[in-house]
Design a protein around this ligand. Structure first.
Ligand SMILES: [Zn+2]
Length: 246
């Protein structure tokens, strides 16, 4: 019901290989099905309006992107709120274990914000992620670092590690207690996008994160936010159904 045909993808230019397009198409539709399943998308409503395009440009390191404002990029055909994938992405994963679907899940989080910013300005967001979505600094990570430096368990453990590599591993062990990935430390919006990606992927088995209580709490808050937003999707789709039948 929620599948979109390949024609729904609007490439800036023709793609060299049909198989790349087919992979993107499949991943896009699978993520759309997940979004429909959690209630963030229904026919013509809410996240259903988010488009995905293949950019005509190669990746400069990013896996995908969503512009909030296109600025001078408008000249190159970019539009705000659209999910873009760099044209070389599908056959060049940047991180082992990271799938094309994961990238699309992550970018949907940003597209969701673009679509409904007032929902993210409510207090649940800053309470969960330590800063407003629009705050581009790494404030949550900076305050986390201050706390960890004062943590005697962490300091004692660090002293026992002799090499820089083992110290760094030890640091990451602590970091991943509070952030779902290292990329999530970038700022509050990336923390949300990474958490949303994992929520969508593991929504039926979130308890697997219970041994990382701070991360688990963020996942449960995202689950709650999705539930609240899904009620809105239902109301909107009831209304559009009434319009169609009027
Ligand atoms: Zn992102």
């Amino acid at each position: 019901m929620f599948l979109k045909s390949r024609n729904a993808l609007n490439p800036h230019e023709s793609i060299e290989r049909f198989s790349i397009m087919a992979n993107v198409d499949r991943a896009y539709n699978q993520v759309r099905n997940e979004l429909a399943h959690v209630g963030l998308l229904s026919d013509g409503v809410y996240l259903d309006t988010v488009e995905l395009c293949i950019s005509h440009e190669k990746s400069g390191g990013e896996r995908g992107y969503v512009f909030e404002k296109v600025g001078h990029y408008a000249k190159r055909g970019y539009r705000p709120g659209v999910i873009y994938l760099p044209r070389d992405l599908p056959h060049q994963p940047y991180k082992p274990g990271l799938t094309l679907m994961d990238t699309i899940r992550h970018e949907y989080a940003h597209a969701w914000y673009y679509l409904d910013p007032s929902f993210f300005r409510q207090e649940w967001f800053a309470r969960t992620f330590g800063a407003a979505y629009s705050n581009c600094t790494s404030a949550p990570y900076d305050s986390w670092r201050k706390l960890i430096k004062k943590n005697p368990d962490y300091q004692a453990g660090k002293k026992r590690r002799k090499t820089e590599a083992t110290k760094l591993n030890y640091f990451y062990g602590f970091l991943l207690q509070d952030f779902i990935t290292d990329y999530a430390t970038t700022n509050a919006s990336e923390d949300f996008a990474e958490t949303f990606m994992f929520y969508l992927k593991y929504r039926r088995s979130l308890d697997r994160f219970a041994n990382r209580p701070a991360v688990y709490q963020k996942l449960r808050m995202v689950e709650r936010a999705v539930y609240v937003a899904s009620k809105r999707t239902r109301q909107l789709s009831d209304r559009s159904f009434r319009f169609r039948t009027a």
